[in-house]
Design a protein around this ligand. Structure first.
Ligand code: EPZ
Length: 427
């Protein structure tokens, strides 16, 4: 049964929202745990469908996985290698981290090509380049990747593209390789530091995570530990944008303000009042906003995952804003849906030109996770009426307790079971 999100407009968000652990850390930390020979405890785990799928994947490998509230206990002591060419691995893109983790633990992995948000083809050639540099042979067979290595050996790897996934996947495979691996042109996102922190606590020897050069000295074995996941900077940024768009007054709690610097700067440039505290940020919306130019870049630039929420906000700025995504070539699936809500946006190449628009409610469809965020922010902006958003399953992949959080901030929002198509056709 398909579900819809119904979002009422015209109500400024007010209050405090607690941010959960980062999705883009969790989906790497969970597979990283299988490199240990004893139990790993992860705290501050977000309640997201991707996390649920990952715990099922680990159980298929005979790992003990138990959860209570925001803690996950992973016991990889009796882990068994299993080929995973199909099935749940296809449900999420980040399943590719199973390649590096299984390769690092067993010297072999057979993983079905990732699924998840498909706003454009998302190659994994840099991941494969890294595995081959470490001495693995990589072949593809009916939609799965087979990777094998008699002995992984440290290597110097230069990434042609700054890639979060490839940087993390190579770290996972190299952690227990023989010798030292250097990753040049590595991605610098906070999630990479989070994974390296866990791996080092498990006995790995990784230096330079968060810089463009990461040095990994392979170790024989790794052990369990306990680790708390960093806050989700994309979730936090989405609520900051929503607070500004509804001209509300919201405290976003449990964040690392330094991770939010780019979005804070852009909001302030528009005229939004943003105040940083030690572990929270307060966003106070204003009646008028200036148009601005926005570039989505690799960290520490503005995250590409925030460009679609920002697009909705920029329709509320006077004048014309230009938003360019330098990370993905065509991550604009939210634009046609926003246009159905009256947004005056045109896409030219990798840029969206956004004019002030009076938005109205409509029936729209989320095509990917962050496009869904753009739609619920737009729905909150309309002066009256209820926006119906289908594709809620995408939004659930990245926004922990979204309906509860928005409702607690005063929004009129709920989930509704969409009747199957044939039923609605009968009226
Ligand atoms: C991670 O995806 C995030 N996902 C994405 O968040 C995020 O948009 C992206 O990083 C960029 O910040 C997770 O962490 C699970 P990349 P990833 O490899 O690792 C190209 C969300 O909304 N590329 O950094 O897949 C690629 O096409 C998701 O939470 C290659 O060409 O992204 C893109 O243009 C969506 N070859 C650029 O690099 C490769 O082998 C950056 O991609 C790998 C990537």
């Amino acid at each position: 049964m398909q579900e819809k999100l119904i979002v009422g407009g015209g109500r400024p968000l007010r209050g405090t929202v607690q941010i959960s652990g980062a999705k883009n850390s969790a989906v790497a930390l969970i597979p990283a745990a299988i490199l240990a020979e004893s139990p790993v405890i992860l705290d501050n785990l977000p309640h997201l469908s991707d996390v649920a799928i990952y715990s099922e994947l680990l159980q298929e490998l005979n790992a003990g996985v138990s959860r209570n509230e925001d803690q996950m206990n992973i016991d990889p002591t009796h882990l068994k290698l299993k080929e995973m060419p199909n099935g749940k691995v296809k449900l999420l893109r980040a399943s590719y981290y199973m390649m590096g983790a299984l390769l690092g633990r067993f010297g072999k992995a057979v993983i079905g090509l990732p699924g998840g948000c498909n706003f454009e083809p998302r190659p994994i050639d840099q991941h494969i380049k890294g595995f081959e540099a470490l001495g693995a042979t990589v072949s593809s067979e009916n939609g799965a990747i087979r990777i094998e290595a008699k002995q992984l050996r440290g290597a110097k790897i230069y990434l042609d593209v700054v890639s979060v996934g490839a940087t993390i996947n190579i770290m996972l495979a190299a952690a227990r390789a023989k010798g030292t691996t250097i990753i040049e042109n590595a991605a610098k996102e906070p999630e990479i530091i989070d994974v390296a922190t866990l791996l080092n606590a498990m006995g790995a020897k990784i230096k330079g995570a968060g810089t463009e050069t990461i040095r990994i000295e392979g170790v024989e074995s790794m052990h369990g530990t306990r680790h708390s996941i960093i806050p989700d900077r994309i979730q936090a940024g989405t609520y900051m944008v929503a607070a500004a768009a509804t001209r509300g007054d919201v405290v976003i709690d449990n964040v690392i303000p330094k991770h939010m610097e780019a979005v804070t700067a852009k909001l302030q440039e528009m005229g939004v009042h943003v105040y940083e505290m030690d572990e929270s940020i307060r966003v106070i919306g204003q009646p008028e906003y200036e148009s601005i130019d926005v570039k989505a870049l690799v960290y520490p630039g503005l995250a590409t995952d925030l460009q679609s929420p920002m697009t909705s906000l920029l329709t509320q700025a006077n004048g014309v804003s230009i938003l360019t995504d330098y990370v993905y070539n065509n991550r604009f699936q939210h634009v046609p849906e926003l246009q159905r809500m009256g947004a005056k946006i045109r896409v030219e190449g990798r840029s969206a030109i956004i004019e002030y628009s009076k938005l109205h409610a409509a029936r729209v469809k989320a095509a990917d996770l962050r496009a869904g965020a753009a739609l619920f922010i737009a729905g909150l902006c309309v002066q009256d009426g209820y926006t119906e958003i289908s594709g809620v399953e995408y939004i659930d992949r990245g926004y922990h307790r979204l309906v509860e959080n928005l409702a607690a901030l005063g929004a009129e929002v709920w989930r509704e079971n969409a009747l199957p198509k044939e039923k609605t056709a009968q009226g």
